[in-house]
Design a protein around this ligand. Structure first.
Ligand code: PMT
Length: 221
């Protein structure tokens, strides 16, 4: 592939964590910094795509030429993706969406007592699974952050979530969440490749090229 290999294509990238509030001050979240997703958005824009980035709360600048939509909760990310998805050729779901949210959100600050506190949690919508059931769906690339059984878990998510590709991401010292470097094992139906550890910027460029090759090979839906 020669640049710009994604010219004329629309790419939706999700990045960062979501926040699930239980009162106006406190929330549940995770360690995603948004670095991997923002690097992917930048690399897709470099490759000539029109890029929309749906982002949870992170402390990063919007990459050049990228249209950013800011959200906070999993439900807001889901709603924003449902609005955008019809116009997209490729979806890259890199966000670390919270799997659980508090059942109740207090309208006022919950005052502490001498007792412990139990929060009741419910599942958030599984966004990519929902989108993969649409009749007119884009080429969907998911991520799987794992601390054990990396390929088994990722390959299960590839099938269950109806994805075209999945990037399996070890959560280990020095790679994965928060840091500047990462390594990925990318799986698709019938193949896989290891993308060795490097900066998220460089890794994103290699991965975007791989996604484009598979997208072009699959042809229009
Ligand atoms: O942001 P950084 O600090 O740079 O870190 C990057 C990263 C480690 C967050 C990223 O590379 C990564 O692995 N992202 C996915 C993390 C994750 O939470 O994966 P998961 O196994 O929970 O989810 C699997 C897939 O389903 C993901 O594509 C996710 O976006 C999607 N999902 C998950 C839950 C949910 N309710 N809805 C979803 O769509």
């Amino acid at each position: 592939l020669t640049k710009p290999f994604l010219a004329g294509r629309s790419v939706l990238v999700t990045a960062g964590p979501t926040r699930e509030s239980w009162d106006p001050i406190r929330f549940l979240s995770n360690r995603s910094s948004g670095k991997m997703g923002y690097a992917l958005a930048a690399a897709a824009a470099e490759a000539g795509a029109q890029v929309t980035l749906i982002s949870g709360p992170v402390a990063l600048e919007t990459p050049l030429g990228v249209h950013r939509i800011q959200v906070e909760s999993a439900q807001q990310m889901c709603d924003a993706m449902l609005v955008q998805v019809a116009a997209m050729d490729i979806l890259i779901a890199c966000a670390a969406v919270a799997d659980y949210r508090p059942v109740k959100q207090a309208t006022q600050k919950i005052k502490k007592t001498h007792q412990g506190l139990t929060l009741e949690l419910e599942r958030t919508p599984d966004i990519v699974e929902q989108l993969s059931n649409l009749a007119d769906k884009p080429f969907i690339v998911g991520f799987a952050a794992e601390t054990e059984h990396l390929e088994t878990n990722a390959s299960r998510k590839l099938k269950h979530k109806g994805l075209d590709m999945i990037a399996a991401n070890w959560v280990r010292e020095g790679q994965g969440f928060e840091v500047d470097d990462n390594a990925l094992t990318v799986l698709w139906h019938g193949g896989k490749v290891d993308l060795p550890r490097t900066s998220k910027t460089q890794l994103a460029r290699t991965f975007i090229k791989l996604i484009a090759e598979h997208y072009h090979a699959k042809g229009p839906a």
